[in-house]
Design a protein around this ligand. Structure first.
Ligand code: ATP
Ligand code: LTN
Length: 332
């Protein structure tokens, strides 16, 4: 690890197959940091089990996601890429930080409220303390910057509060992390219910585009995307579906949303929807193909995630040792 570089950390859950929202809001931005930062990225399987997962699928999705991080341009030589459960320090620090996090703070987390409503039959302790494990992920690596989509801003804020509280008692143990929210694509909305964010754990598969969706499926989902009866191609709070399509198109083509509105003005949805679909197909094609290639070579993938976990654990162990000492645990 180079001492003069700042550290960046982010995580993504293998709780389903990744969506266009995950890609535009998070993954796509990650490779841009790997030359200028100590970049550390994790497939957070421990977070994923806060809602019930099918074990065989979780295992497959974890490997697929790991391959996708590389397919999106992360270089295991430059960045540290690992699977969360392979680095036990995350769960260990999480326990300590739980004792420095207030019940009231956790009760205010909007993701907890949303997920408790969505999984009313399984509101478990892990769902509640999810943000503490996320704080542990970030603070273990002394991360300065945390690139996430808009929905995670509140969790990063909580990680800062926990760090501040801990540092307030014990001195400068943790670096103060800051969220980095990308200027475009930070909140891709559902194609079927555009008032909600596009989510990989949605029950309705027409609501999301998966990075691994074949072109014809992507085209079909865009053609079915919910719009409105007014007909104009411009952004407005009254037109969440159309606004979302404009923003998706802008994000994948690199054009500004204003420019997109201008060039499609006067056209109907019948032409606009497939144009957005085609742009998305082309943006995702190289990632899908590279992921498929990487997944064929399980042995190489295994070498990579083992090396990643080793590198991560070396950094994490340093922070955990310090924390254990500060709180008064006898050294091992
Ligand atoms: P789940 O639906 O299971 O909660 P998710 O789709 O929200 O999962 P996460 O693994 O929780 O995905 O998030 C990975 C990253 O993707 C985070 O940085 C998150 O902010 C970002 N992200 C998730 N959904 C979107 C979205 N619709 N638009 C932009 N970014 C998103
Ligand atoms: N909670 C995040 C995933 C996540 C994460 C992290 C992101 C887990 N640990 C640490 C940034 C830093 C999510 O669901 N989007």
């Amino acid at each position: 690890m180079e001492q003069n570089k700042k550290t960046i950390f982010s995580g993504i859950q293998p709780s389903g197959k990744i969506t266009l929202g995950n890609y535009l809001g998070a993954l796509r931005n990650w490779p841009t940091f790997q030359d200028t930062y100590n970049a550390i990225y994790s497939v957070v399987d421990e977070h994923a089990i806060t809602v019930r997962q099918n074990p065989a699928e979780l295992r497959r999705q974890t490997l697929e996601l790991y391959a996708q991080l590389i397919a999106c341009g992360l270089d295991p030589e430059k960045s540290t890429i690992f699977i969360q459960s392979h680095v036990p320090q995350h769960a260990e620090l999480s326990w300590v930080l739980n004792c420095y996090t207030m019940f009231g703070e956790l009760s205010r987390m909007t993701q907890f409220k949303d997920k408790s409503a969505a999984h009313a039959d399984n509101i478990n302790g892990g769902l509640f303390t999810y943000p503490v494990l996320m704080a542990a992920d970030i603070l273990l690596y002394q991360a300065d910057l945390v690139p996430v989509g808009e929905d995670q801003r509140q969790h990063v804020e909580l990680a800062r509060n926990i760090a501040q509280r801990f540092n307030g008692v014990y001195g400068e143990v943790f670096a103060m992390p800051e969220a980095y929210i990308p200027p475009v694509g930070a909140r891709v909305m559902s194609l079927s219910e555009p008032e909600k964010k596009m989510s990989k754990s949605s029950e309705n598969e027409n609501s999301y585009i998966l990075v691994m969706d074949p072109p014809e499926v992507i085209m079909r989902k865009f053609k079915r995307a919910v719009t409105d009866s007014e007909g104009g191609i411009y952004r407005s709070p009254e037109k969440p579906g159309v606004s979302n399509l404009i923003e998706i198109y802008a994000a994948v083509t690199g054009e500004s949303p204003e420019k997109v509105e201008e060039s499609f003005s006067g056209q109907g949805y019948g032409a606009f929807k497939p144009t957005v679909g085609e742009a998305v197909v082309e943006a995702l094609r190289p990632i899908r193909e590279e992921t498929e290639r990487l997944l064929k070579d399980k042995a190489s993938l295994e070498t990579l995630y083992r090396q990643g976990a080793e590198k991560a654990a070396a950094m994490a162990a340093r922070t955990l040792r310090k924390v254990h000492k500060k709180v008064g645990f006898v050294s091992r």
